[in-house]
Design a binder for this molecule. Structure first.
Ligand SMILES: [Zn+2]
Length: 83
């Protein structure tokens, strides 16, 4: 079964629907037992919907994306320190 790092690394590919059935099954299994990764996936999945809804015509601003990734990365570290 995939571990957290591996699962999160596959996150974007997973959301792109570009994983093999095997890899997808492994991630689903991991998400079933790991709230941290499940929340991360939920967050990214929702983010994608928001972005695709609001930015259908415009590309995502690079600095906004960086900001989001910084937020997300700080959260993922799980050491309680943000920023
Ligand atoms: Zn996990």
């Amino acid at each position: 079964m995939a571990d957290c790092n591996e699962t999160l690394r596959e996150l974007e590919t997973f959301l792109d629907g570009e994983l093999t059935d095997d890899a997808r099954a492994g991630i689903h299994a991991h998400l079933g037992g790991c709230t941290d990764c499940l929340q991360a996936f939920d967050f990214h999945a929702e983010l994608r919907i928001v972005i695709s809804t609001k930015c259908q015509n415009d590309p995502m601003p690079a600095d906004l994306m960086a900001k989001i990734e910084r937020c997300f990365g700080a959260d993922l570290d799980g050491d309680g320190q943000v920023g």
